[in-house]
Design a binder for this molecule. Structure first.
Ligand code: HEM
Ligand SMILES: [Ca+2]
Ligand SMILES: [Ca+2]
Length: 324
């Protein structure tokens, strides 16, 4: 069945305001949470669809996607998702999926950053499985060329325009040095910096990430407005101030048919916002589970019942008994 914006209108009318309140509380002390939550939804949707698989922890039967290379030491916001789930279960027990919570949280992240709001389509159900190998394979890498990025998005049913608009989420949040340090000192084994990196920006980045940078150092993805959801990401690219290679490729790749889109998003923020919303809704619909597929998890990090018959949340009855 199709997703619907009114899916929980009768079963959980306060859903949006509950999700908003929990995120807003976290945002006051940690504005980066807005970026963390958008990224979680993306990393969920690209791995067996938007089914909450990214939230599952390691167990005897689950290999957590959180340990896949693109996620390890890099996913934030999982605790806030659990806080949201607890608050939602309080008001609407056993009703709202974790996959839907991620989709709403992504929209709230955009809104809190000053970005667009949209009516989130709902009705996803949660997976019974995770797939770490698929997380390694499907999530795009920061060193990808434009060609690789297009292939990677096409595999999810997303086109070049989606690639450019969704990359605009790098208008906020941060990245670890290890994801771009190779651009600073020995790009493609040339012994020098990536030629598509602005020399002033290169100097600034070299201070954040010296050759022997420790793994924990972070740089803002958007050097102009690091916490604001706006279109500065695209003007940065025009000045060769993209942090990741995968960002700068959208403007600087020799065969970039994406340059025109970058220019139009840079010159008109409302055009960027409109396209971002369309692409987020498209991404949020990738391979969703609906109706009797999957389950409504009681705890986002655990399936309700594992193969050994143990219940995910001790205080709740297993799914089979509820249905009986
Ligand atoms: C186009 C291919 C993409 C690549 C190669 C990519 C890669 C990355 C990398 C390497 C980081 C830094 C991770 C770290 O160092 O901890 C990052 C951060 C981030 N990405 Fe992407 N990303 C892509 C697309 C997207 C999309 C489609 C979204 C959302 C719609 C997104 C949202 C974010 C956000 C918000 C952050 C900052 C997170 C934080 O501050 O914790 N990215 N991305
Ligand atoms: Ca998933
Ligand atoms: Ca920004």
């Amino acid at each position: 069945a199709d997703l619907s914006s009114t899916y929980y209108d009768t079963t959980c009318p306060m859903l949006y305001s509950i999700v908003y309140r929990v995120i807003n509380d976290a945002y006051i002390t940690d504005p980066r949470i807005a970026a963390n939550l958008i990224r979680l939804h993306f990393h969920d949707c690209f791995v067996q669809g938007c089914d909450g698989s990214v939230l599952l922890n390691n167990t005897d039967t689950i290999q957590s996607e959180q340990d896949a290379a693109p996620n390890v030491n890099s996913l934030r916001g999982l605790d806030v998702v659990n806080n949201i789930k607890t608050a939602v279960e309080d008001s609407c027990p056993e009703t709202v999926s974790c996959a839907d919570i991620l989709a709403i949280a992504a929209e709230v992240g955009s809104v809190l950053g000053g970005g667009p709001s949209w009516s989130v389509l709902l009705g996803r159900r949660d997976s019974l499985t995770a797939n770490r190998t698929l997380a390694e394979t499907n999530l795009p890498a920061p060193h990808f060329t434009l060609y690789q990025l297009k292939q990677n998005f096409a595999a999810q049913g997303l086109n070049t325009s989606d690639l450019v608009s969704l990359s605009g989420a790098h208008t906020f949040g941060q990245a670890h040095c290890k994801n771009f340090i190779y651009r600073l000192y020995n790009f493609n084994y040339t012994g020098s910096a990536d030629p598509t990196l602005n020399s002033t920006y290169l100097k600034a980045l070299s201070e954040i990430c010296p050759v022997d940078a420790t793994e924990d150092n972070l740089a803002d993805l958007d050097l102009i407005t690091p916490n604001q959801f706006d279109n500065k990401y695209y003007s940065n690219l025009q000045y060769q101030n993209g942090l990741l290679q995968s960002d700068q490729e959208l403007f600087s790749s020799s065969d970039a048919d994406t340059t025109g889109l970058v220019n139009s998003f840079s010159s008109d923020q409302s055009v960027f916002f409109e396209n971002f919303v369309v692409s987020m809704i498209k991404m949020g619909s990738i391979s969703v589970l609906t109706e009797d597929e999957g389950e409504i998890r009681l705890q986002c990090n655990l399936v309700n019942e594992d193969s050994s018959g143990l219940v995910g949340v001790a205080s709740k009855a297993p799914k089979q008994k509820l249905a009986a």
